[in-house]
Design a protein around this ligand. Structure first.
Ligand code: PBG
Length: 322
């Protein structure tokens, strides 16, 4: 009799309950955050052509979307704002009656148990589309910090549960932490977009948020996709400045970075499955080239790589199926 090697991997794959028993990674919807784009006005819902299933929605619709996500068990929502007007400095970002601030107040009144996170950045609010103030055509780091801090404080005042700076200016976590403490919000946590790459996968988002830079690109402040060591430097420095959660973005193309960040820190790690990563799959699904299970596979892979928190445009759909 020929001896078979002792290991037969298929033994534990023979039935659904056995597979469930030995499953290593489970993604529960409460780890997911759903991004929502807040548009001024009432009764407005503008589908984003390059992001199937995503729309720019006025506050009334945002509340309805958030309620549905909340009822399905999604962990929270992440707000982006489309301002009424843009200017050089992005002043609508910190306006007390700005779109995000109004959405925050409505969400807190209607859904007090829902976790509401806000993106803190200037690119949706500046006329030039850059994430900070321009000086001689360059994004000037230090003068931008005060504006970001102001924006974060205005979100805190309107009821944000967590603020998420995505601008990639140096020193912004420290500046925001300091401003929040001074304004009486020492308990408000910060989720830093710590390792944010200058990625081509943000294309559809820039349609959604109308935030493509009018000139140049973001390579002077976002990270080079070729670098992983540098991600660890960014993460360590943001934690030292007071970040409570660190994020890697994009996600699927940076699973190695997620894993290294997870291994190097004990802080919770978030990952953003960004617009282009989402839309690539959705476009293939629409053509019948991929099954939607591909999206679930992408999300579980990001979690398996080490992300504790996932930001996904598919969060509601994922929760609905769970
Ligand atoms: C703002 C911001 C961007 C994204 C999140 N916050 C765009 C950018 O940096 O150009 C991208 C999100 C996505 O693509 O889904 N700075």
């Amino acid at each position: 009799m020929t001896r078979f090697p002792t290991y037969r991997g298929r033994r534990l794959r023979g039935s659904k309950p056995l597979r469930a028993l030995v499953r290593e990674t489970r993604l529960s919807p409460d780890r997911l955050l759903l991004p929502l784009f807040v548009e001024p006005g009432e009764g407005v819902r503008l589908p984003v052509t390059s992001m199937p299933g995503v729309s720019r929605t006025s506050v009334d619709g945002i509340v309805a979307d958030a309620r549905e996500a909340h009822e399905f068990g999604v962990g929270g929502v992440l707000l982006f704002g489309l301002p009424r007007e843009k200017d050089e400095r992005g002043s609508e970002a910190w306006a007390g009656d700005g779109v995000v601030q109004s959405a925050l107040r409505a969400l807190k009144a209607e859904l007090p148990d829902l976790l509401v996170v806000t993106d803190v950045c200037l690119c949706e609010y500046t006329s030039h589309g850059h994430c900070g103030v321009l000086e001689a055509g360059e994004v000037s780091n230090d003068p931008t910090l005060e504006l970001l801090a102001r924006t974060a404080v205005s979100h805190a005042r309107a009821g944000a549960d967590l603020v998420a700076p995505s601008d990639m200016m140096d020193g912004r976590i420290g500046a925001i932490r300091h401003a929040l403490d001074e304004a009486g919000y020492p308990q408000l946590p910060i989720m830093s977009y710590a390792a944010k790459y200058a990625s081509a996968f943000y294309g559809p988002f820039r349609d959604a948020a109308d935030s493509a830079p009018a000139t140049g690109d973001r390579r002077g402040y976002q990270m080079d996709p070729a670098n992983a060591e540098e991600a660890l430097l960014e993460v360590r420095s943001d934690l030292a400045e007071g970040a409570d959660i660190v994020m890697v973005k994009p996600a699927l193309a940076y699973l190695d970075v997620i894993r290294r960040v997870k291994e190097e820190t004990s802080a919770p790690v978030a990952a953003y499955h960004v617009s282009g990563e989402y839309s690539a799959i959705m476009a293939a699904v629409e053509r019948g080239w991929l099954d939607e299970a591909a999206m679930e596979e992408a999300l579980i892979s990001i979690h398996r790589a080490g992300a504790d928190i996932l930001i996904s445009y598919w969060a509601r759909e994922f929760a609905r199926r769970s």
